[in-house]
Write a protein of this length. Structure first.
Length: 317
């Protein structure tokens, strides 16, 4: 089981991720400790998982002892390497790095530099609709104001309190809508005989949520995403494909109007495009393919796993 999971993990990596892993690992290991890199190369070279070939490759070293050690180390180092690699690319990782630096500086009472980093991180978090991080950064700002107690700090604290309320409402809306979507998906994963009754029961409860009454009242990018996705999923499960398509189209337009989010969350954008194309296929709207299909393949090419596209698609299908 562990060998197959390692195989899947290695083949899900892009060529850039693989290069970074090998450079990172070689720089921190002694030559005699590199058996896990040999295991990586063996797995990477296999077109399908072949445990016997792996066993034979490690036969001269004492199979059970060295292979088990190499597998455990490879797993740990792949995860470590990916964390470091993603820090340079992913918005969430960059914001987490900001938070770590800010907490450290605040703890050491380096307030001026802390405030500069908070301002920069806040701009980034708001731009990419990361309300939870916005709230945490605002709370740190409030702490600094109360710690320093400079002239007029009381009014600034009250202003931050109001801003926290606004972002807390947006974050709660996103979380609640995502939970409603998960409940709907869960309700659909039952036997065919029970599906209709359970689906109607679930959607009836969903409709009672104030969050689903007015799309225009939602202030969060992700809240609107889940609003459209909930409706599209329900109508698709109910067999009302034209109605489902109207929400998939609305969701697609929502992402197109917020292009900065596409760059920040390619994996989710890919699913939006894939669902939209599926809806178009089921309703014979093939005219849409000319516009959307190139975007789908472009999103795959720009994703972190661009070199693993073929393998990933084989897993999907």
């Amino acid at each position: 089981m562990q060998g197959m999971e390692l195989y899947k993990l290695v083949h899900s990596m892009s060529s850039a991720e693989k290069r970074f892993f090998k450079m990172h690992s070689q720089s921190r290991s002694k030559p005699e400790e590199l058996s896990y890199l040999r295991l990586f190369d063996l797995l990477n070279g296999q077109k399908s998982y072949d445990p016997l070939a792996i066993k034979n490759a490690f036969a001269n070293e004492g199979y059970s002892k060295y292979l088990s050690w190499a597998q455990n180390n490879l797993f740990s180092l792949l995860l470590e390497s990916e964390r470091i690699y993603c820090h340079k690319k992913e918005v969430r990782y960059q914001l987490d790095a900001f938070l770590q630096d800010i907490r450290f500086l605040v703890q050491r009472k380096i307030f001026s530099k802390s405030e500069k980093l908070i301002k920069k991180a806040l701009q980034m978090a708001k731009k990419y609709d990361q309300q939870q991080i916005v709230i945490e950064l605002l709370e740190i700002s409030r702490l600094l104001l109360m710690e320093q107690q400079q002239r007029g700090y009381e009014a600034k604290v009250l202003g931050i309190n109001e801003e926290i309320k606004i972002f807390a409402e947006r974050f709660n809306a996103k979380v609640l809508l995502e939970n409603l979507y998960r409940e709907l998906v869960l309700a659909s994963r039952i036997t065919t005989q029970m599906r209709k009754a359970k689906l109607e029961e679930s959607f009836g409860a969903l409709l009672e949520s104030p969050l689903l009454r007015d799309r225009s009242a939602l202030q969060s990018f992700y809240a609107i995403h889940f609003y459209d996705l909930i409706h599209a999923t329900y109508y698709h499960l109910a067999g009302e494909f034209e109605q489902a398509l109207s929400y998939h189209e609305s969701l697609f337009q929502h992402w197109e109007e917020n292009a900065v989010m596409i760059a920040a969350d390619y994996n989710l954008y890919q699913r939006v495009l894939n669902n939209y194309l599926t809806g178009c296929q089921m309703t014979n709207r093939f005219d849409v393919f000319e516009e959307v299909l190139p975007k789908f393949f472009l999103s795959l090419a720009k994703s972190p796993n661009d070199a693993a596209e073929g393998f990933q698609l084989s897993l999907i299908h």
